[in-house]
Design a protein around this ligand. Structure first.
Ligand code: ARG
Length: 438
């Protein structure tokens, strides 16, 4: 392991290799994902040090130039955070010291790894919540486009997994769309709630320098500062819980949608044909065409729920920083790492799957129209309970009336023009323009 940043001159005894490996845990791997944010915040901190008169403006510029170069090199795979470092924070200081000598050793003035990791995580969550909002809006857009085109495509509606009432593909599509609009909004609101800069709070008690905290916060594009240094540490993990909570809202809907699709592809329903590129075969059964993508999408929510439980249990802590907080990183990064790719693939799958219209029409057996018939009788003046009983009797004898009406005319609440798609589309546009102006 390269020189540890906390090793003192002449320190005789150190944790041995096994202990160091245990302490580092998965940090080096996870910090690879956090490093771009840590580098960005380190450059802002260098500018803050110049603002406090600790560095010359030219020195802050040299530090920021190196940090920006590391970012590019990491992106291009030319620089890797390797296991020789304890974590990403140590690597940054080591690289700067190697490149800039004495100046590199000044970067950690007035900061602790505690506010360094906290700011990197806030920036990470801000980025991932933006991606979550964008993915949810893409999904909603595809669903609404199809709902518009397919609002007249009749389909039974189910309750208790039993045929219940006439509905439409449009109703099903727009129903999922509205949920994903809500999810986009939740991601946005959660991001706004978490959009506060902890940098400059050091180990959790502030620092005896005139760091221009507000200026650093503004430079990083935060909406506000975490004012109190204790709060900066006490909120670590709590923000993660909410970020993963916003993610869970989306993956819960993803799970439901994936469940619907996997049922609709069963020959027993036969409503949906999934695009070939999302299906696999069986190694033994030549007849099989399996909806594996949909099933693994359905499994993502389990992973996210696991992360929620893990975060909550790690957070049983008193005030201030504790190394336990490092254990909030795997569930956070794991949950977003599993869910965002799944949500990213969903819009393509939704755009490409095909309905089997004859199968859907065939499933609209006469009983499905019973509620509409009773409601029509009630609208014409018969007390609803009498209408209900009359239709039940009619149904026992023969299919309910209106045999002269086409299915389209009888698909009532889900009928064309009654889905209020305009209201949903304007919510999507409002969120899209709010998100693009961030
Ligand atoms: N890997 C640590 C974490 O995620 C970084 C902070 C270490 N701070 C400390 N005082 N040991 O929390």
């Amino acid at each position: 392991m390269s020189d540890l940043i906390w090793k003192k001159t002449g320190q005789a005894s150190m944790p041995d290799e096994a202990v160091m490996t245990f302490l580092a845990g998965e940090d080096v791997l996870l910090d690879r994902e956090l490093l771009p944010f840590d580098l960005e915040a380190s450059a802002a901190h260098a500018n803050g040090l110049a603002g406090a008169g600790i560095l010359e403006p030219g020195e802050a510029i040299r530090l920021a130039e190196c940090l920006a170069r590391y970012s590019t090199e990491i992106q291009q795979g030319e620089r890797v955070l390797g296991a020789e470092f304890e974590d990403g924070h140590s690597a940054i200081e080591a690289w700067l010291t190697e490149d800039l000598g004495e100046l590199g050793k000044k970067i950690h003035t007035g900061r602790s790894r505690n506010d360094q990791v906290a700011v990197a995580l806030r920036l990470y969550m801000r980025d991932r919540l933006s991606r979550l909002a964008a993915a949810c809006l893409d999904i909603a857009t595809v669903l609404l486009e199809r709902a518009e085109r397919e609002q007249a495509l009749p389909m039974p509606g189910y309750t208790h997994l039993q045929r219940a009432m006439p509905s439409s593909a449009g109703m099903w599509l727009a129903g999922h769309a509205e949920c994903f609009i809500d999810n986009a909004e939740l991601a946005r609101l959660t991001r706004q709630w978490a959009d506060a800069c902890p940098l400059g709070t050091a180990s959790g008690f502030g620092v005896n320098l005139g760091l221009p905290r507000q200026q650093v916060s503004d430079a990083l594009g935060f909406a506000r500062m975490v004012v109190n240094p204790q709060c900066a540490q006490n909120s670590r993990g709590k923000i993660e819980v909410q970020a993963v909570g916003a993610l869970a809202a989306a993956t819960l809907d993803l799970r439901r949608l994936a469940w619907d699709l996997s049922m609709f592809t069963m020959p027993e329903f036969g409503f949906v044909v999934l695009p070939e590129r999302f299906c696999t075969g069986s190694s033994i059964m030549p007849n099989k065409r399996n909806p594996d993508t949909v099933e693994l999408m359905r499994a993502v929510h389990g992973r996210v729920q696991g992360a929620q439980a893990e975060l909550q249990s790690v957070l049983s802590l008193p005030s201030g920083y504790h190394r336990d907080l490092q254990a909030t990183k795997p569930p956070l990064l794991g949950a977003f790492g599993a869910a965002l790719p799944a949500l990213g693939l969903l819009s393509g799958l939704l755009a490409e799957f095909k309905w089997d219209e004859p199968a859907m029409r065939a499933a609209l057996s006469p009983d499905v129209f019973a509620t509409d018939r009773a409601t029509e009788l009630a609208a014409a003046g018969m007390p609803f309970r009498d209408a209900y009983r009359q239709v039940a009797l009619e149904l026992a004898a023969a299919p309910p009336g209106d045999a002269d009406k086409s299915i389209e005319e009888r698909v009532s609440p889900g009928a064309p023009g009654r889905l209020e798609l305009g209201l949903l589309k304007s919510r999507v546009s409002a969120l899209q323009s709010a998100e693009s102006s961030n």
